[in-house]
Write a protein that binds this ligand. Structure first.
Ligand code: HEM
Length: 522
């Protein structure tokens, strides 16, 4: 077809999305130079109506993010053993084998344009485009989480998001929820310390947090936890350091990632796993499926399996970073779920929200589509633009089984892993909760400056809270460690009543406003 999209001086011609050259992009079509405008003003209405739809809903959590492309290079081993002993996942098997990846880092509670200096866990989501289809490892920077049962997630997030009336985040709402959620103490101890404000995305760790399984060719499984160790080192900020950055820059982490990659200073992380045999481990004082616990490194060492390098910035933020869709259900052969109740709940939530946020055919978008053979019998739906069929498949057959040259099931890659269950169907908490021990260990393991910053941040956020919430929190800090509780209690006694900054995510608590609203409703 003739290319009429260059002017005589070689400049590219602006067109509509229908391919019509645009002759005037500065003036709408009007009756006379002063209007009124006309309804058949197709070019103008197209331009504005597309603009009116430029946003998709932001992610309900982790809305603010930055992304980059790169590759993962396998070591072929796990520690000193061949990786095949534990998993048959192809991406890990051969030393030096490269798999392309896309990574999205994020904060959790703030909206799409919120400052990147806020106290908040950081998301660390990796999409591996493997030859066996995609694998998403959707993790955070911290190794534990606030809750261990997925049914609590909407309440946790509501308590950390802005107040439904004032639209302002409130420390009192956060600690109202936390004071009734003792399993959160380990995570709270991390989040209110400098570990709650990583200096940037390059110098932070990542962790799968939940427990997964690896399955080998004989169908035998082990429990695994995944961890990313940054080869750039780890750097966190105190509240003051973060505030100084925030006064000048809302985008410092995105900027840091983008500029380093642009300058060829490619960030790298080593992927390590911790491995446990696939059973309940009654000898441990925690449950291996409890995501509020760390697996002690002296008993379950970090075993390196490969290295990731990020070497390419996105070409378009919206197409790649905003529309990227990660989920914990996206596993490849040789990787499996554990019974971790958080993981099971998460696995429903991600693809469910993505069908709503991005659309039914979100997996057809280049950023989400696997880079290997895809052939399904799924057809149609909003925005379907291609048919995921095999090249020589009979196009009339979109069902299976069929004798008319349709698609067929694959041969299993190894022996299936088939765990057996004998238990009553119940609603029950896990038995080994041990909510305070690891939080106390974490408090004692911090360096002095980290402990000081932790106490200061807790006191600042708790000070405007109601007395019964403060008292309950002090009681729980004391159960973690007597000094921890005493220092928060002393801080609360001595703190200046007017000091009101620094809950997770935003600047101010608004308890006076909440009080006023409560009275108004009575
Ligand atoms: C994003 C749900 C726990 C890490 C999301 C999204 C939802 C969600 C709905 C938005 C996804 C999207 O719009 O594409 C849940 C539920 C959880 C849970 C129901 C608990 C039951 C966790 C935990 C972690 C985590 C424990 C850390 C291991 C992330 C990350 C993202 C995310 C990193 C952002 C992914 C991206 O960059 O697109 N989560 N989440 N979530 N979640 Fe969770």
């Amino acid at each position: 077809m003739e290319n009429n999209h260059q002017t005589s001086n070689g400049a590219h011609v602006l067109t509509t999305r229908q391919g019509h050259p645009v002759t005037d992009n500065q003036n709408i079509r009007t009756v006379g130079s002063r209007g009124p405008a006309t309804l058949e003003n197709y070019q103008f209405i197209e331009k504005l109506s597309h603009f009116d739809r430029e946003r998709v809903p932001e992610r309900v959590v982790h809305a603010r993010g930055a992304g980059a492309h790169g590759y993962f290079e396998a070591y072929g081993t796990v520690g000193n053993e061949p990786v095949s002993k534990y998993t048959r996942a192809k991406l890990f098997q051969e030393k030096g084998k490269r798999t392309p990846v896309f990574v999205r880092f994020s904060t959790v509670a703030g909206g799409t344009s919120s400052p990147e200096t806020l106290r908040d866990p950081r998301g660390f989501a990796v999409k591996f485009y493997t030859e066996d289809g995609n694998w998403d490892l959707v993790g955070n920077n911290l190794k534990v989480f606030f809750i261990r049962d997925a049914i609590k997630f909407p309440d946790l997030i509501h308590s950390q998001k802005p107040d439904p009336i004032t639209n302002i985040q409130s420390g009192e709402r956060i600690f109202d929820f936390i004071s009734q959620t003792p399993e959160a103490m380990h995570m709270v101890t991390f989040v209110f310390s400098p570990w709650g404000i990583p200096a940037n995305y390059r110098q932070m760790q990542g962790s799968g947090v939940n427990t997964y399984k690896w399955v080998n060719k004989d169908g035998q499984a082990v429990l695994v936890k995944y961890h990313w160790e940054p080869l750039q080192g780890i750097k966190n900020l105190t509240q003051e350091q973060a505030e100084a950055i925030q006064a000048k820059n809302f985008n410092h982490a995105t900027q840091d990632l983008y500029e380093n990659i642009k300058a060829g200073n490619f960030p790298q992380w080593e992927l390590c796993v911790q491995i446990m045999s696939d059973d309940e481990h009654p000898e441990l004082d925690f449950d291996p499926l409890d995501d509020t616990k760390i697996w002690p490194e002296d008993q379950f060492p970090f075993l390196p399996v490969g290295k990731m390098t990020l070497n390419k910035n996105p070409e378009d933020y919206f197409a790649e970073v905003e529309q990227a869709a990660f989920g914990t259900g996206v596993l490849v052969d040789g990787l499996d779920f554990s019974d971790d109740k958080m993981l099971q709940g998460r696995t429903f939530s991600y693809s469910d929200t993505q069908r709503y946020r991005v659309g039914t055919n979100y997996l057809q978008l280049p950023i989400n589509a696997p880079k290997c053979h895809i052939a399904t019998n799924q057809r149609n739906g909003q925005m379907a633009y291609r048919i995921d069929a095999a090249p020589n498949q009979n196009p009339h057959v979109n069902y299976e089984p069929s004798t008319l040259n349709g698609l067929h099931e694959a041969q299993p890659a190894g022996k299936p892993y088939e765990p057996e269950y004998h238990a009553r169907l119940v609603r029950k908490k896990i038995e080994r909760q041990n909510d305070f021990k690891q939080a106390g260990e974490r408090f004692r393991a911090f360096e002095d400056w980290e402990r000081e910053d932790l106490i200061k941040n807790l006191v600042t956020t708790l000070k405007p809270c109601k007395k019964h919430i403060q008292d309950k929190m002090v009681e729980m800090f004391t159960q973690c460690d007597a000094e921890y509780g005493r220092r928060v209690a002393d801080g609360l006694k001595n703190a200046d009543n007017n000091l009101q900054t620094g809950p997770i995510g935003s600047g101010h608590t608004q308890d006076a406003v909440i009080e006023a609203e409560t009275v108004a409703h009575e």
